[in-house]
Design a protein around this ligand. Structure first.
Ligand code: ZN
Length: 80
C-alpha cells in the first residue's frame, strides 16, 4: 500500500478484520509511522494493484524528472 502521507510503499498490517464481504486493515507506514485504514474487496484487488503500480511508476518518473532538472540547473549555473 502507498502511504497517503509520505508516498512510501512499505507498510505493515497491525490489525485485520472482516468488514462485510471485504477485509479492513489497519496499517502503519514504515517510513513515517502514519496510521491508516484500507478496505480490500476481492473483485477490486486487481484494479487496486494496477492503481498502485501506476502510482509507483508515476512517482519514479517524477523523481527522475526532478533529478534531471536539478542536474541541468547545476550545469547551467556552472556555465555562467
Ligand atoms: Zn508514510
Amino acid at each position: 500500500m502507498i502511504c497517503p502521507k509520505c508516498g512510501c510503499d512499505s507498510d505493515h498490517v497491525i490489525n485485520s478484520r472482516k468488514w462485510g464481504k471485504a477485509v479492513k486493515r489497519r496499517r502503519v507506514c514504515e517510513s513515517c509511522g502514519f496510521r491508516y485504514n484500507t478496505v480490500e474487496e476481492y473483485g477490486n484487488a486487481a484494479a487496486m494493484k494496477i492503481m498502485q503500480l501506476v502510482y509507483r511508476d508515476l512517482m519514479q518518473n517524477l523523481k527522475a524528472a526532478v533529478a534531471k532538472t536539478f542536474e541541468d540547473y547545476k550545469k547551467f549555473l556552472n556555465e555562467q
